[in-house]
Design a binder for this molecule. Structure first.
Ligand SMILES: N[C@@H](CCC(=O)N[C@@H](CS)C(=O)NCC(=O)O)C(=O)O
Length: 239
């Protein structure tokens, strides 16, 4: 049985890490059995979450894990896709993971509204001084990552615009289809719902929501995937 090591659940989501939510959504959509253990990045083979153990095999990185699962169990989600659909999924995934992820990092850890929400929730679980110190340290580390990656060099308004452009592109590719590539969920839907949830369902209101014209379409899409894999993590009522 596969053991999934993930960052803990939080803010009503299966994990505070969108990469862990992506992988868990994928496992559930592909109907692959697994057990969960909580893991800290510092114990992971690449110093990041998630990673898995499958008997003696250890694989780290959500996408390398998915490639391993495809080899071991067959391509249960993407087997019927054309080369063009696979390319669309690849481009969209890279946008969400390498671009939108950092917008989310800014929204949670740097933007005052997100950080106030995150730190109040985290600090309620720790003694006050320790909670303050932990949040300050994580915020400092994430600010460093955001500066190194580049998103941290933009203004708040520019970061909102970048995030809105990403979700607008997702909405355009989705169009009136139930899932990104057609009538059935594929691996890209696990990615999209994870990054959507991280920004819009973590319990604080992101300004990106109002900057995306087709937001209602995306919200309905996110809920459609969520219903297929995370009924044990009920979402707040639709606005
Ligand atoms: N490419 C990796 C990214 C994983 C990742 O960035 N995980 C974050 C949590 S969302 C992490 O472990 N960060 C800890 C750190 O960078 O120190 C994947 O797909 O698994």
């Amino acid at each position: 049985m596969i053991i999934l090591y993930k960052a803990p659940p939080g803010f009503g989501l299966p994990s505070v890490s969108p990469f862990c939510v992506k992988l868990e959504a994928h496992l559930r959509l592909a109907e692959i059995e697994y057990q969960v253990k909580l893991g800290s990045p510092k114990n992971g083979p690449r110093n990041k979450v998630p990673w898995i153990e499958d008997g003696a095999t250890v694989v780290a990185d959500s996408q390398l894990i998915i490639e391993y699962l495809v080899e071991r169990y067959g391509d249960r989600l993407d087997g019927g896709l054309s080369a063009e659909q696979r390319a669309t999924a690849h481009v969209l995934r890279r946008m969400l993971e390498e671009g939108t992820y950092w917008v989310g990092g800014y929204e949670h850890w740097i933007a005052p509204r997100g950080f106030a929400h995150y730190s109040a929730a985290m600090r309620s679980k720790l003694p006050p001084l320790l909670g303050w110190w932990v949040m300050k340290s994580i915020r400092k580390a994430i600010r460093g990552q955001l500066d190194a990656q580049g998103t941290g060099r933009y203004s708040a308004a520019e970061i909102t615009a970048l995030g809105a452009a990403d979700f607008r592109a997702l909405a355009t590719i989705l169009g009136d289809k139930p899932f990104v590539l057609g009538d059935q969920p594929t691996s890209i839907d696990a990615v999209a719902c994870a990054f959507f949830a991280g920004i819009f369902w973590s319990g604080f209101d992101s300004p990106i929501r109002n900057a995306v014209e087709d937001f209602a379409l995306l919200e309905a899409y996110g809920r459609r995937i969520w219903q297929r894999c995370f009924t044990d993590y009920p979402l707040p009522a639709a606005p």
